[in-house]
Design a protein around this ligand. Structure first.
Ligand code: SAM
Length: 253
């Protein structure tokens, strides 16, 4: 079976990263785990071995019969639910599927990385924990180990605590992608920050987006007309990439 580039198919040929993802997400038997893009089932098999209930959504028509055969027993017992569809429309097509406290663990198609992260962090019913295999550069930008925050890192940190779970060499996939990958875990996911601080998500992201809008402009100039003058003064000569989530909250309040 050929891999479909259009569906971001790079299949894992090693179980080492799979074990590490499960460890990062601390999957236990009482968990419900949503897997995006099970592919040929390498991660699915390991998730089911933990005893957890697994729900997987796969878009590729050709992979569905293969997964149905591989996991026939678990489908029959109800431990495994296989959904043929697009993850990006999952909440619309299956509104009552997920209840509070679920986890998302997946080797995702990289062409929709941003959409997937946003979708679950902003969801009405958020997962507790997310562990994803993404491009290494994306994982590094999320944890901002270089001290440089971005819209992406601030967006993730507004909802949870990111952890770099380890690099995964490109040689561990087939077909071999152009770049290395990494595991990114996001723990303690919640909207508490917005509830407690009286700042709406909408307002927070309006200010963050304005702040990062024109890279060459000073942060102060980017925020002119978006926040009030007293707050604008407090920004001084600082750069958008230096500000913490807490400081963005204070500016947006
Ligand atoms: N989990 C498998 C593995 O680790 O070997 C496959 C990972 S592969 C990077 C991504 C998987 O996501 C493929 O099986 C692909 O068909 C599926 N996929 C792509 N776009 C999707 C979408 N919008 N919704 C659900 N699955 C999708």
């Amino acid at each position: 079976m050929f891999a479909k580039k259009s569906l971001g198919q790079n299949f894992l040929i090693s179980t080492q990263p799979v074990r590490r993802m499960i460890e990062c997400a601390k999957v236990i038997a009482s968990d419900t785990v949503l897997e995006i893009g099970p592919g040929k089932g390498v991660l699915t098999k390991a998730l089911l071995a933990t005893g957890a209930r697994v729900i997987a959504v796969e878009k590729d028509d050709n992979l569905i019969p293969l997964l149905q055969v591989s996991f026939d027993a678990e489908i029959r017992t109800g431990q495994f639910t296989l959904i043929h569809g697009d993850v990006l429309t999952l909440f619309a097509t299956h509104p009552a599927l997920l209840t509070k406290g679920y986890k998302v663990v997946a080797n995702i198609p990289y062409y929709i990385t941003g959409e997937i992260i946003r979708m679950f962090l902003e969801a009405e019913i958020q997962p507790d924990t997310i562990a994803l295999l993404v491009q290494k550069e994306v994982a590094e930008r999320i944890v901002a180990r270089d001290g440089k925050e971005s819209i992406l890192s601030i967006s993730v940190k507004a909802y949870g605590v990111p952890e770099y779970g380890g690099t995964v060499k490109k040689s561990l996939f087939r077909p071999i992608p152009n770049v290395d990958s990494a595991i990114i875990a996001i723990h303690h996911i919640t909207k508490a920050l917005f509830v407690d601080k009286q700042v709406s998500e909408l307002r927070f992201f309006e200010v963050v987006k304005a702040g990062f809008a024109h890279k060459r402009k000073q942060l102060k100039n980017n925020l002119k007309g978006v926040i009030d003058d007293t707050k604008l003064e407090s920004v001084g000569m600082r750069r958008a990439e230096e500000l913490t989530v807490q400081e963005w909250i204070e500016l947006s309040a």
